[in-house]
Design a protein around this ligand. Structure first.
Ligand code: HEM
Length: 425
């Protein structure tokens, strides 16, 4: 075919041209043109990942939604034909060494049903709603830390610490221990992607700490989430100590980097769409919350934190979007591609904070649908509303080309987001 978009710095027309290379530096900055090509020309595509493992990438909305809910696809890595390799590739660096494998995202019914029911009893929408004032307090404290300075890195000083303190609070990790979690989490987010020495050590420490904390809470139940888990398990349903630790760990892990990136990617998108951002600021100034609510969903759809859903493995031969998939093959649903499918979303590459028809897959779909969605929404709404209200002239401090993306497989997020603004006094 003929080359398109030959001028340096311009992107080729989405969907046109030769098959794009995936997982390059350029791809990490903006994967959407490549996903548009896949959606159109190879919607279920066998790909070799940077780690050397092969997997099917599913990019169309309809196929993605069906695949996420397909019971013939297992979350358990024992179903991978390359089982040995897969075990270290669950997306959580070092977890295997720490024996934290038996969490929700790695298991199928009936174990999944039992554990999910148990944690749902403790992690209720009501508990999250009651937590709103605390999230506001944490947000205010973090903004206080840089508001007078006129510049900040919104990842390191805001998006990163907020969810870690929030989840620690919710789980019942005492305040004096929360900075340890901040360090462990920082280690995992900086070096995520492989069980390297420092990461494995952090996970091990976290595992040991959680074991001890669970033991301590057993003797002195409070109204935190870990106590709730213990109570629910004493109610008749069984939860082993290891399952409890794995549960606390997945809540921390699944709820941490995702929220960092929802706030980071969300602010980044708002800064690049001044008219949309102005509309949101106006509505906040009038004390309205309707636009804020649709805005958080649209930011999730447009550039959400979870680029690919976590691993699935065919337990029997299946057909996805007309493509035969063999038993044992890994399947990766590309949420970022499905969420921009023109077959489902009107003007999918346009940011429309008021978008109403928005059944995005940013939180997944089916039995593994994000358990923490109510908390994520609360944190994102609070964070965005506070930033835009207190620092109304927030601007990027570096050019778009200078921003660096982490380039991990599952998650999509910025390494840092430097901004300037008129100092608050
Ligand atoms: C599952 C996204 C925040 C806890 C998932 C899945 C997605 C997702 C896509 C499904 C993965 C799959 O099927 O492969 C997000 C996004 C978030 C977010 C975009 C934020 C912005 C949170 C928070 C928590 C949390 C704050 C908890 C504190 C979980 C858990 C699961 C999960 C426990 C596994 C559920 C299961 O397997 O039954 N999340 N998440 N998430 N999420 Fe979230």
């Amino acid at each position: 075919g003929t080359a398109t978009g030959t001028t340096a710095g311009t992107t080729a027309t989405p969907g046109a041209g030769a098959e794009p290379e995936l997982f390059t530096w350029e791809f990490a900055g903006d994967p959407y043109p490549a996903y548009a090509w896949l959606r159109e020309h190879a919607p279920v595509r066998w790909t070799t990942l940077p780690s050397g493992v092969g997997a099917w990438l599913v990019t169309r909305y309809g196929d993605a939604r069906e695949t996420l809910a397909d019971a013939r696809l297992s979350k358990n890595p024992v179903h991978h034909t390359e089982e040995g390799k897969a075990r270290s590739r669950t997306g959580i660096p070092g977890e295997r060494s720490a024996d934290l494998m038996t969490h929700l995202l790695n298991i199928d019914p009936p174990d999944h049903t039992r554990l999910r029911r148990l944690v749902s009893k403790a992690f209720t929408p009501r508990r999250v709603a009651q937590f709103a004032p605390r999230v506001q307090e944490l947000t205010d404290r973090l903004v206080d830390g840089f508001a007078g300075r006129g510049e900040a890195d919104l990842i390191h000083e805001f998006a990163f610490p907020l969810p870690i303190y929030a989840i620690c609070d919710l789980l019942g990790v005492p305040a004096e221990d929360q900075d340890d979690f901040r360090d462990w989490a920082g280690m995992m987010i900086r070096h995520g992607g492989g069980p390297r020495g420092g990461v494995a050590r952090s996970v091990k420490r976290m595992r040991a700490y959680l074991g001890e904390l669970i033991h301590r809470k057993r003797g002195d139940l409070g109204d935190d989430l870990i106590s709730g888990l213990i109570r629910a398990s004493d109610d008749g349903e069984h939860l082993t100590e290891n399952e409890a630790a794995a549960m606390a760990f997945i809540l921390l892990f699944a709820g941490f980097e995702t929220t960092v990136n929802l706030i980071g990617n969300g602010v980044h998108t708002l800064l690049r769409h001044p008219e949309q951002r102005a509309a949101l600021q106006d509505s906040l100034a009038r004390g309205q919350s309707a636009l804020l609510e649709t805005a958080v969903e649209e930011l999730l759809r447009y550039d959400g934190p979870v680029e690919l859903a976590t691993w699935r493995y065919a337990t029997v031969p299946v057909t996805i979007g007309g493509q035969a998939v063999a038993a044992g093959d890994p399947v990766l649903v590309v949420l970022a591609a499905a969420n921009r499918d023109p077959e489902r979303f009107a003007a999918p590459d346009t940011v429309d904070l008021a978008r109403r028809d928005n059944p995005h897959l940013g939180y997944g779909h089916g039995i593994h649908y994000c358990l923490g969605a109510p908390l994520a929404r609360l944190e994102a709404r609070t964070a965005l509303a506070s930033l835009l209200t207190r620092l109304p002239d927030l601007q990027p401090a570096v050019a778009e080309e200078e921003l660096r993306w982490r380039g991990g497989l599952i998650m999509r997020g910025l390494r840092s987001l430097p901004v300037t603004f008129t100092p608050e006094h």
